[in-house]
Design a protein around this ligand. Structure first.
Ligand SMILES: [Zn+2]
Length: 345
């Protein structure tokens, strides 16, 4: 299957996304699965598993870089032309991409979703300091503004920076401002503010808290990373994570299973960290009750764009084009199956 996917992309310029998933969180992970995907078709082209024993210092944090390099080298050994690769903000990968000769022809972009999330977090962290608490209510806006700039800059890093600096004006209730000593003007991209929006707790220009935000927004080190964010693309990653959150939240009140005697059912779970077995309560199976609501919401949103009947075409690489199910032989009649099943007992 992989060979077919590679052949189909022979001599074609492909945009890749690359991401890692560990078998368990943080520093105790033993395996890291590194996946490289064709971004346009959402087809997985390469997957490698790294064992922590294979990496420097047997440190799980080093697995991601090794997985990336292994996967990219496998792609480079094919006739696919890797034009661009999008990763999260992992510094080991950024340094590989900028220093290794073999990757010189590949543009490295970072996942904008990660970038926005990180800057929002930075603002929220500073807001923990005394006197800077007012920043907290702006962390979401800063994050959104980052995505907005990335989408609007059309690949131009200077436009990205100009747009980005606008947030420092917006937070002090200044929505138009002179730039280049008054030779031209900057302007917010939003519609005129409603009365309610005007009531926002604006920051005071050049106050301590405004200066704290300036420091984050204008940080040289941060501005230098913009190069990696100029090609805005929504990676499916975000959607998958949102779905995981919806699923988790919808099922968080599941009740324990009980046996016929009315006792709570447990199973044993081994912890790699404590090297002990412990009992875990078995919960009622998930009911996925949120899915009909979700479908209704999707239809409602689609109605707004007038596109409810739009047919989503199945991708050329969809495995359903190969077969309707995973069986290696055609399905016999149901009557036949029931008959055979009965006669066995
Ligand atoms: Zn504004």
């Amino acid at each position: 299957m992989r060979q077919r996917l590679v052949n189909e992309r022979k001599n074609k310029e492909i945009l890749l996304t690359a991401d890692a998933r560990n078998d368990s969180p943080g520093h105790c992970a033993q395996y890291c699965t590194y996946t490289i995907t064709d971004m346009e078709d959402k087809v997985i082209l390469q997957q490698d598993v790294v064992d922590v024993r294979e990496v420097e210092g047997r440190k799980s944090t080093n697995m991601e870089r090794v997985g990336f390099e292994r996967g990219m080298d496998a792609i480079l050994s094919t006739e696919i032309i890797a034009k661009e690769v999008i990763t999260d903000g992992h510094t080991g990968i950024a340094s590989l991409m900028s220093h290794c000769e073999k990757y010189a022809d590949i543009v490295h972009q970072r996942d904008v979703w990660h970038g926005g999330k990180n800057i929002g977090k930075k603002v929220a962290n500073v807001a923990k300091e005394k006197g800077d608490e007012d920043l907290l209510q702006w962390s979401g806006a800063v994050k959104n503004h980052f995505w907005y700039c990335s989408r609007l800059c059309n690949g131009n890093v200077n436009d990205f920076k100009d747009l980005w600096r606008g947030i420092l004006h917006h937070v002090v209730n200044e929505h138009e401002w002179p730039i280049d000593d008054g030779k031209s003007a900057g302007k917010c991209g939003h519609d005129p503010l409603s009365d309610e929006e005007r009531e926002k707790p604006w920051l005071e220009k050049n106050s301590k808290v405004h200066k704290a935000l300036q420091k984050i927004v204008l940080s040289k080190r941060f501005l230098n990373t913009f190069l990696y964010f100029t090609n805005f693309r929504y990676v499916g990653y975000k959607l998958r994570n949102q779905l995981a959150v919806i699923d988790f939240n919808s099922h968080r009140n599941r009740q324990p299973c009980k046996n016929a005697a009315g006792e709570i059912v447990h199973r044993g779970q081994y912890s790699k960290r404590t090297k002990q077995w412990r009992p875990v309560t078995v919960l009622q199976p998930k009911d996925y009750g949120y899915i009909p609501t979700l479908i209704v919401k999707i239809f409602e949103e689609q109605l707004k764009t007038g596109n409810v009947n739009r047919k989503i075409v199945r991708g050329a690489d969809d495995p359903r084009n190969i077969a309707a199910n995973i069986a290696v032989m055609p399905r016999p009649s149901i009557e036949h199956l029931v008959q055979v099943h009965k006669s066995r007992f």
